[in-house]
Design a protein around this ligand. Structure first.
Ligand code: GLP
Length: 241
């Protein structure tokens, strides 16, 4: 029961109680939360109070509301360290998750000016474009569009990239030495081209990540724009002084 005789608001007590059940694993990620009515009956409080507690938990990212389905316990966010150059596959495997890709498209095109500049392309501006949904344990995490200079990787289009890491393929099959990347991260909203594929509502918060990656000769070999789910990712960095 909640304590009505202390000066701590009831909605806050309920929120603390529910948060605790989630943290202790009693309610697992993906679990459907009891309805407002059930909670108000169980704790003998008004539905308004329940609504306020659940609303705050949604705002804090502990719960997610799905239109017409109910309120669910959110999947925990992945803390992505920013200091090492890793691939999506490595990131997911290091967390005990299974990485996969759903290939949306592979095609060759003439690089747009920003891509041509980033990849330092000369006259030959053909790039191989790879559009992928990146999945972890079958759940969509990110939408990525990679551009690679076609002249350097003419056979890549033929490869089966569904279950294979692009970096592993480039390193092991093409003998590429991946050295460093420059990355820019911005906050954005999901749009029509990616919301559905990512399984999120239109205009959900996302991280927009642009990466240019360089080989051992410090030549850029990929330009990637990624859309990472804001409800599944947080960025982590160690700061020294
Ligand atoms: C991350 C980066 C991408 C990179 C990808 C390679 O997702 N944001 O820029 O292309 O890793 O991942 P993988 O080797 O798993 O295909």
């Amino acid at each position: 029961m909640l304590n009505k005789n202390i000066p701590i608001p009831l909605y806050y007590q309920l929120k603390e109680r529910l948060t605790q059940t989630i943290c202790e694993g009693e309610l697992e990620p993906g679990a459907l939360m009891p309805s407002e009515r059930e909670l108000s009956d169980r704790y003998e409080i008004s539905r308004m109070t329940v609504r306020q507690a659940l609303g705050e938990m949604v705002k804090e990212g502990l719960l997610v509301r799905e239109q017409g389905k109910g309120t669910f316990v959110a999947e925990p966010k992945i803390a992505q360290p920013l200091l090492r150059l890793t691939s999506f596959s490595e990131d997911m495997r290091s967390r005990g998750m299974k990485p996969e890709s759903r290939i949306l498209a592979i095609y060759v095109e003439e690089a747009a000016p920003n891509v041509a500049t980033a990849l330092n392309l000369g006259d030959n501006r053909s790039v191989l474009v790879l559009e992928r949904i990146r999945l972890a344990d079958s759940k969509p995490m990110a939408y990525e569009v990679s551009h690679l200079p076609l002249a350097r990787f003419p056979d890549l289009e033929q490869e089966d990239l569904h279950s294979v890491s692009l970096y592993t393929l480039l390193e092991e099959k093409h003998g590429l030495q991946i050295k460093f990347a420059r990355q820019v991260i911005e906050v954005g909203l999901s749009d029509r081209s990616n919301s559905e594929e990512l399984g999120i509502a239109l205009k959900s918060p996302v991280l927009l990540i642009e990466r240019v990656t360089f080989d051992a000769d410090e030549r850029p070999f990929e330009f990637v724009s990624s859309v990472y789910r804001g409800d599944r990712y947080k960025l982590q960095v160690e700061l020294h002084r």
